[in-house]
Design a protein around this ligand. Structure first.
Ligand SMILES: *Cc1c(COP(=O)(O)O)cnc(C)c1O
Length: 473
């Protein structure tokens, strides 16, 4: 596809500004550019077509099925966008007097109260800008708690080997040593290994439940008790709360602190790098350490300090509140039940079509397939199948995660998909399995309908070309 600079022709363009009706006043010589800025000169119609063509090459939840596991790419109500665009919310200034922004204050307070109710926590802060930032903030709370009690030998955070990669990364960023806890063959945390890993150096455990293979940790009460008995605290990674919101609460499972990804579960579109909100909730024992904010609330003498300016991405909270108010008490629970039902429906259909689940039985909001056998038999890998899904008008699921499953494909169909969409996806995947057995070469060549087929992903990550080569051209 041609770049906007390649469409440029000298002297072409659109005049948007009327000629000045006041005398021109030239800039002082010292402030002038040596050369005119390098801007593309393109007709207005060409600009429209250029960006429209780029939009067509992107794929989002409004284009088709998007079952990206551990990421919750669901359809978010457009109502939330309308409300977040209200001038009363967009036209405020973070430093204006609080009595002139009471409505905004009330949005934060109400959203915080509802999310505390949903998680079973006592306090909530919206400062963290994303999930990983929330983990970092929550871990600083845990650290402050131990340090404040003079318990400075607690330097280790325990993290199950199935955890999202941000967990060990956040723990390391917060200055802790990470100790990995193995999973059982069933895909659950090994209770004995957890017991053995706990000791006087344990600052806490980070846990996702349902975990990142989509299973509910049945022994959760025993786990939080083991950690508490050793003097540690327990962190809940609630990035994807879809499976349990309105049904079960981290606070009741014994967790002391959690984060939620409002940009996954609570109606802010996710992907493309933000803006997000990794709201952090905690029990009363951690409340004194919560980050403060310039607009008041939190931030006492023991606070860990601000982790972001003002109230962070406020409009994300507006969408979350709109979502909660439209769903209501029963709707929140229904959404969770729908997420679990859809995941189990698709899992069952794919198993019936000949796919192997990494973990049999009921799942929560997501499940993991393993293509290990298929790869041995046909040479078709999880990557090949994911690429072939693109040609079927579907976004691939999460690939090669969690790391403990070989040739993993992790599906999260979300509660917003209809049975017909799930049926179509199951049929398409069944057909791809047939192709894999009969003509594996076809899948190695996929995708054939997209603008770019298979980029060199290593080179794209290590040596990205993000600047147009004017000098060469
Ligand atoms: C997405 C996710 C995170 C990280 O959230 P970001 O907003 O991407 O930083 C953490 N844990 C789990 C389980 C996740 O799915």
């Amino acid at each position: 596809m041609e770049l906007i600079f390649e469409r440029s022709r000298p002297g072409r363009g659109s005049d948007l500004l009327p000629p000045p009706d006041v005398p021109a006043s030239p800039l002082p010589e010292a402030h002038r550019r040596a050369a005119a800025p390098r801007l593309p000169e393109v007709a207005e119609s060409e600009v429209s077509r250029h960006y429209q063509a780029m939009a067509r090459h992107a794929f989002g939840v409004c284009d088709g099925f998007y079952p990206l596991g551990s990421c919750t790419m669901k359809y978010n109500p457009k109502l939330g966008e309308d409300l977040a665009a209200l001038p009363g919310f967009t036209g405020i200034h973070p430093l204006q007097p609080e009595h002139t922004a009471r409505g905004c204050r009330s949005v934060l307070d109400r959203a915080g109260a509802y999310l505390c109710q949903i998680t079973g926590m006592d306090e909530m802060t919206f400062q963290p800008a994303a999930g990983a930032h929330g983990e970092f903030t929550g871990l600083l709370l845990i650290k402050a708690y131990h340090v404040h009690r003079g318990d400075t030998g607690r330097t280790v955070i325990l993290v199950p080997d199935s955890a999202h990669g941000t967990n060990p990364a956040s723990a390391a960023m917060a200055g802790f040593t990470v100790r990995s806890i193995p999973s059982t063959a069933e895909g659950l945390v090994d209770l004995e290994a957890l017991r053995a890993a706990c000791g006087a150096d344990t600052a806490g455990l980070m846990l996702t439940n349902p975990n990142t293979v989509g299973l509910f940790e049945r022994d959760i009460l025993a786990m939080t008790e083991i950690v508490h008995a050793a003097g540690g605290l327990v962190y809940y990674d609630g990035a994807n709360l879809n499976a349990i919101m309105g049904v079960a609460r981290p606070g009741d499972m014994g967790f002391d602190v959690c984060h939620l990804n409002l940009h996954k579960t609570f109606a802010t579109p996710h992907g493309g790098g933000g803006p997000g909100s990794g709201a952090v909730g905690c029990k009363a024992l951690l409340a004194p350490y919560l980050p403060g904010s310039a607009l008041g609330g939190g931030g006492g003498a023991q606070s860990i300090g601000q982790v972001r300016a003002f109230h962070a991405n406020f409009l994300v909270v507006v969408r979350a509140l709109a979502y909660l108010l439209t769903l209501g008490n029963t709707g929140v629970r229904q959404a969770a039940e729908g997420a679990v039902l859809n995941a189990n429906y698709l899992k069952h259909r794919l198993e019936a079509a000949g796919y192997s689940s990494a973990y049999p039985g009921l799942c929560m909001h997501e499940f993991v397939l393993t293509l290990e056998q298929l790869k041995k038999q046909t040479g078709v890998s999880a990557l090949d199948l994911a690429k072939a899904m693109l040609d079927q008008g579907m976004h691939p699921p999460t690939m090669y995660f969690p790391l403990i499953v070989h040739e993993a494909l992790m599906f999260e169909p979300t509660e917003t998909e209809t049975p017909e969409t799930l049926d179509r996806a199951a049929q398409a995947l069944e057909a791809l399995l047939k192709t894999a057995r009969e003509n594996p070469q076809a899948l190695h060549a996929a995708p054939v309908t997209t603008v770019i087929g298979r980029p060199d992903e290593t080179a794209a990550a290590r040596r990205p070309v993000v600047r147009y080569g004017f000098e060469e051209g």
